[in-house]
Structure formats: C-alpha cells, structure tokens
Design a protein around this ligand. Structure first.
Ligand SMILES: C[S@@+](CC[C@H](N)C(=O)[O-])C[C@H]1O[C@@H](n2cnc3c(N)ncnc32)[C@H](O)[C@@H]1O
Length: 276
C-alpha cells in the first residue's frame, strides 16, 4: 500500500465524522420526539422515565441502507456531519486544489450543525501544515430561522425551523472539534443569523465557501455577503441544490451577477463551481 499518511488520516477522519465505519445504532426516543403528536410525546416521556429508573433506555430503531448513509441522505443519529462521504471528499478536494494553486483566503461553512464538515476543513489544513488560513464556522447554533416570506417568498412554506434536531449549540460544536484535537486559533466561530454575522465577519478573502443553510434566505444571504470575497480560482460549494429554495437562490444570484462558471454535481444534492 502506497498511500501517504496524511491521506490515510483524512480518509479515516471522513469515515469517522460520517459514522460510516459502523451501523447506526438506535437513537434515544426523545431525539425525534418533537415530531410526534402531543399524546405520543407524553407516552414516550413517561415510558422513558420508567425505563430510566431501571437503568434502561427507550430507543428508536431507524433502518437505513448503507447507500443512504454514505450519500448523506438521512439525518444521522451519531455522525458529526450529515453530508455523506462524496461531499466530504469534494470539500477536501476543493481545499487541496486551492492550496496547490495558492488561491488566497480562508475557508467558511455557513450552516455547520454538529461541525463535521468544518472539522474536516481544519484537518485538511493541519495535514498540509497550513498555519496562515482560518476555518470560519458560521451558524445560529440554534437551528434555522422562521421563514421571512415578505423578503424571501420562496421560503414561505419552509418548516426547517421546527426541527429541534438541527439546533446544536456552539459549545457542543467546539467540543466536537476538541474531541478530534482540532480546536485552536485557526477555528473562528460566527454565531448568529447569517444576515447579521456575515456582512461584518472579519474575513478579507476566501478560498473555499461551503453553503449549507437549506433555505432561500440562508443561501442568498451567504452568497450576497461572501461571494464578492471569494478569490478568483476559489470554490463555491452548495450543499442543498436539491432543495427548491436553495436552488432558486443560486439561480437568482448567478443571473444577477452574470456568473456563468460551469456547475459540477457532486452527488444527488451537492454542486459546486470554481470562480473565474
Ligand atoms: C443542514 S444543517 C448543516 C449540516 C452541516 N453542514 C453538516 O456538515 O452536517 C443546517 C445548519 O444551518 C444553520 N442555519 C440555517 N440557516 C441559518 C441562518 N440563516 N443563520 C444561521 N444559521 C443557519 C442551522 O442552524 C443548521 O445548523
């Protein structure tokens, strides 16, 4: 086997972050309880409490195929990222290409959830001995915003904000970085709604921007603030192109700014282009 140690490390990390090495164990029943009716929620709470007294736990078995998990098609119980292996590979490739070509700037992900994709970004810098670029970790750390249909009609019926599963605190994300030994001064947290944090974010130039905010508003806010700061030769990665709102935002932004760079599909939802 002739694989360089840095690549072996990054391969193992991607499998670990995406929890691809193991079958997904059942999740505690309370994890998705918010989706149930009030009656069923109370039943789950009561049964859970009774079991806990006997040091047992009420869990929900979720069966997914290996393909669904590897392709990032599910909301995983235990992985530190939900984007799947192909999109993790793409993120690594974009960063490594930018490093090889000396494309100036930092890296940002807008919409980080448990932080796994940003952890990989920090690891890629570490594996290549890069000490002068930062990874910006932008999130509300409290889930998605309620849709603002006046400003962004495309988000009118969006229900992402009801999903408590998508709200992960900054402390938890920092802890996830720490667990992999990758929390340091090159990791910068931007806490708050993108429309408030991104315009004034202390970023001069970006080499890679990865947008994963699901909604029209979250995508267009990130594009408006960040794309002008993306270096020529830098990469713009869109995670949610399969979602109508996100796709519309990308289409609108590219049309308004005359962007014709070819878009390349990563998998069933991810896509990216390189800035001319
Ligand atoms: C699908 S998750 C991101 C998945 C993540 N990239 C991963 O690797 O698993 C979407 C995230 O975007 C955040 N988010 C969406 N819209 C936002 C906004 N307008 N401002 C701040 N955070 C936002 C949510 O809090 C959530 O953590």
């Amino acid at each position: 086997m002739n694989i360089p140690p840095d690549q072996l490390y990054l391969d193992l990390l991607k499998k670990t972050l995406s929890f691809s090495l193991w079958p997904d164990p059942p999740v505690p029943a309370e994890t998705f309880a918010y989706r149930r009716s009030a009656l069923s929620r109370s039943a789950v709470t009561l049964a859970g409490k009774a079991l806990k007294r006997g040091r047992y736990r009420l869990v929900e078995d979720r069966q997914f195929s290996r393909q669904q998990r590897e392709d990032g098609m599910i909301w995983p119980g235990y992985a530190d990222t939900m984007i799947g292996l192909k999109r993790l590979d793409n993120l690594q490739q974009c960063i490594e290409s930018a490093l090889r070509d000396d494309v100036p700037g930092d890296i940002i992900e807008t919409g980080v959830w448990r932080g796994g994709a940003c952890i990989l970004a920090r690891a890629v810098l570490a594996a290549h001995g890069v000490t002068d670029r930062r990874v910006f970790v932008a999130d509300s750390f409290e889930g998605l915003p309620k849709p603002d249909a006046d400003t962004h009609p495309a988000d009118k019926d969006d229900t992402h904000h009801v999903h408590g599963f998508l709200a992960i605190s900054q402390e938890q994300v920092a802890e996830n970085f720490r667990k992999y030994g990758l929390l340091d001064g090159q990791v910068v947290f931007l806490k708050g709604w993108f429309k408030d944090t991104l315009p004034t974010a202390p970023i001069e130039r970006l080499a890679v921007m990865r947008l994963d905010g699901d909604m029209y508003g979250s995508t267009i806010d990130a594009l408006n603030s960040l794309y002008p700061r993306l270096s020529s030769g830098g990469y713009c990665i869109i995670d949610d192109y399969a979602l109508e709102g996100c796709k519309q935002a990308v289409t609108d932004y590219r049309a308004a700014h005359g962007i014709h760079a070819e878009m390349t599909a990563i998998d069933w939802t991810g896509t990216y282009w390189r800035k001319a």
